[in-house]
Design a protein around this ligand. Structure first.
Ligand code: UT7
Length: 328
């Protein structure tokens, strides 16, 4: 059975840097509050008008170039996002067209912060069964356009940023490297603890008087509590599946929602923070893009070498969570 090997990584973030203090133009907030609660110093925002598929395209171009693949060699595109260009269709088909492709299949994954982990699991299954050999997986988000800039929006609004990351995944025969195991979970009982409930097929809110369009709701403390527990479980499951001790893993890449979540997981396993790749201080929470952006920067810094043992884990809206164990 072929293994799934990541052969190229890429990322794109918009050039506009928005520092914590810049957010005081919109919210009653402070650098001190944001940094001490989340670890975020700044994030990137697009200049409007912008397109999530376009951000994904820039990241994809870099990943394709680094893997030495042409778009025409792709068998499948998987696009993870909570902020698609359109209500429907998904952004995957828009990226497919931007890449100059004619009929290559494209599917969107709507698992929010867990989107990239879910996407890797999906790609891995297509490769293991032999159905596809070369897959492009993209996580991309534009969140600055849905942030609620009213006073009620400040808790959520200061956390999120825009950006994209991409990987090319290829089938490799007789490989000792690649994706070893994936574990996925969801728990819809908590769907309303972190959601954008409208626009919704359940209401005609957008044409009703008093309509406020999109507004994210997050029960921050509840989400935090579950994130620490589930991320820890997901990491443990990846370790157990491989029979690895936590100490022998070269790099953990956890979804970048809050540095305190990563610190709590590190503490649980008795690991130093330098085993965890973090860049939340620069980009905030980029949802489905956060893990591939981390992978790209970690690779550029030489922290991912052939043979490196890596564990990825994510938790987010849904609730959804999961982990991946791989050898780079
Ligand atoms: O990516 C998907 C997963 N998402 C997450 O994992 C996020 C999980 N949650 C969190 O990261 C944290 O709960 C937050 C960063 C969102 C909040 O941190 P917290 O330590 O739980 O803060 P809090 O909710 O206890 O807020 C404390 C205070 C409140 O004021 P009062 O009621 O104590 O007077 C808030 O109104 O901070 C206030 N506050 C703010 N103050 C300044 C809320 N937002 C802000 C703000 N600036 N932006």
């Amino acid at each position: 059975m072929p293994r799934s090997l990541i052969t190229g990584v890429g990322m794109y973030v918009p050039p506009k840097v928005v520092r914590n203090d810049d957010l005081r133009a919109y919210f009653d907030t402070s650098d001190e509050w944001i940094y001490s609660r989340s670890g975020i110093k700044e994030r990137r925002w697009v200049e409007e008008p912008a397109s999530t598929a376009e951000l994904g395209y820039y990241a994809a171009q870099q990943a394709l170039e680094r893997s030495g693949k042409r778009p025409q060699e792709l068998d499948l595109i998987v696009f993870a996002t909570l902020s698609p260009d359109m209500y429907f269709p998904g952004s995957g088909v828009l990226l497919q067209h931007k890449l100059g492709l004619d009929t290559t299949p494209a599917l969107d994954i709507r698992q929010q912060c867990s989107g990239f982990v879910y996407g890797l699991a999906v790609a891995d299954q297509f490769i293991r069964t032999g159905m596809y050999r070369t897959i492009l997986l993209v996580g991309a988000e534009i969140q600055s356009t849905w942030i609620d800039y009213s006073p009620e929006g400040r808790t959520v609004g200061v956390l999120f940023g825009d950006g994209a990351g991409a990987v090319v995944i290829e089938a490799a025969e007789n490989a000792h490297r690649g994706i070893l195991s994936t574990h996925l979970y969801s728990q819809g009982a908590y769907a309303r603890e972190l959601c954008v409930a409208e626009p919704s097929s359940a209401t005609r809110q957008h044409i009703l008087p008093g309509s406020y369009g999109m507004r994210a709701y997050m029960n921050g403390k509840e989400v935090f509590r579950h994130a620490v527990q589930r991320m820890g479980e997901a990491v443990q499951e990846a370790l157990s599946a491989q029979g690895w001790q936590a100490e022998e893993v070269d790099l953990f890449v956890l979804h970048q929602a809050n540095i305190r979540i990563v610190q709590a997981v590190a503490e649980f396993f008795g690991l130093p923070m330098d085993k965890f790749y973090n860049n939340i201080h620069k980009y905030g929470n980029t949802t489905a893009a956060s893990i591939p952006i981390c992978l790209t920067e970690a690779w550029e810094e030489g922290r991912l070498q052939p043979g490196s043992k890596v564990i990825l884990a994510a938790f987010g809206s849904g609730f959804t969570w999961g982990s991946v164990a791989l050898i780079w």
